[in-house]
Design a protein around this ligand. Structure first.
Ligand SMILES: [Ca+2]
Length: 366
């Protein structure tokens, strides 16, 4: 595999999601514990893993022999503990670079094609869930380039590695390990229910699956059978993929018709950046409280009723970019906990929609 595509793959894998799994994948050297198993070793002889299998089977009413047989086949993947480590100072976020990577002609073109090929499904999802078509299309584009990069790790191996050999020097090791262990259990519940061989499914290093990169728990909670064939398939079935992404956003309180963000300027001398930045991406300010702290809004932003947040996007050595995010901006960060991610999704969606309108003429599609 060419290095470039490998980097791209890792990058996309790092954006995994449906929310909870996102871990920046930068290259900090992690000290993997000396007791880590050899590359490719299975968990068959690992007492903790087998004890976990017994408990998970009991908790989730699964056949204990079956669960043990699956975990016995799971393999330790040495590259994964490094990938879940937080980024270092050297890898500071850079919105301009992020933007250039995701809002580019090939991805926009693929988005237009995906939209045209699935127009009826997208429209139905929008009507049922109140989630706009551009958002569904853009999420699938940012996550996996419309299914071109869904990940090459066996989910069983990835989630077992993160459950049984999570890097101990991670700042939130205990919490993250517990998270992945729950995801592994959910993954087994899911495959048992759908009668799929767990070892046959591939995805990101963090266990995210299919076109929308749902983690197993998101799959269990938010995925829907949108074509009514009694199965949920987020790998091959476009209807299920589209319906599930829309349902996810409805569940995270997407508000139909509300903009995602507004542009913002600042008062030249009287601006309280500390206060404006304090709540981070959580929408808490009213228009008047933002203005009182020196943020300058205009146009439709002045009429906005709900809470708002000041979003800062760093640009390396250049000056940061700022926007004011609404509750819908925040909703996008529930898919992947990053304002850079949300902004990329919004801008890609806008670019795709503009391109589609150009193609179809100005009187059609809003
Ligand atoms: Ca289905």
């Amino acid at each position: 595999m060419r290095i470039l595509s490998l980097i791209l793959l890792l990058l996309i894998a790092s954006l995994t999601g449906a929310g909870q799994a996102a871990e920046p994948s930068k290259k900090k050297k992690s000290k993997i514990s000396k007791t880590s198993p050899a590359a490719g070793a299975t968990y068959e002889k690992n007492k903790d893993a087998m004890a976990w299998a017994e408990l998970a089977a009991k908790t989730h009413h699964l056949d204990v022999k079956w669960v043990k047989a699956q975990i016995s086949q799971a393999r330790f993947i040495p590259s994964i503990p490094k990938l879940v480590m937080p980024p270092t100072q050297l890898n500071k976020k850079n919105w301009a670079a992020y933007q250039a990577r995701f809002i580019e002609p090939r991805r926009i073109q693929a988005g237009v094609q995906f939209w045209q090929a699935n127009e009826a499904l997208l429209l139905r999802a929008e009507q049922i869930y109140g989630v706009p078509q551009w958002l569904i299309v853009s999420i699938i584009g940012v996550e996996t380039f419309y299914g071109q990069h869904t990940g090459n790790f066996r989910i069983l191996d990835a989630l077992s590695t993160l459950s049984f050999d999570f890097p101990k020097d991670h700042p939130r090791a205990a919490e993250r390990q517990a998270f992945f262990s729950k995801e592994l259990a959910q993954f087994l519940v899911l495959t048992a229910k759908e009668k799929i061989k767990p070892s046959s499914l591939k995805g990101s290093y963090a266990g995210a699956m299919g076109l929308p990169q749902f983690m197993p728990s998101s799959w269990a909670q938010f995925a829907v059978d949108f074509d009514g064939d009694k199965h949920i398939d987020l790998f091959n079935n476009k209807a299920d993929v589209i319906g599930s992404v829309a349902h996810y956003f409805k569940a995270f309180q997407w508000q139909s018709g509300m903009p995602t963000h507004y542009s913002v300027q600042f008062h030249k001398t009287q601006v309280d950046m500390e206060a404006l930045m304090a709540p981070d991406i959580l929408p808490t300010f009213s228009v008047s409280s933002l203005m009182a702290k020196g943020a300058l809004l205009e146009g439709e932003a002045l009429e906005h009723k709900g809470p708002l947040a000041l979003i800062e996007l760093l640009n390396g050595a250049e000056a940061p970019s700022y926007v004011v995010g609404t509750e819908n901006f925040y909703a996008i960060t529930r898919y992947n906990w990053s304002s850079y991610y949300a902004m990329a999704v919004i801008e890609l969606g806008q670019a795709i929609q503009t391109q589609l309108q150009t193609k179809q003429g100005p009187t059609q599609k809003q």
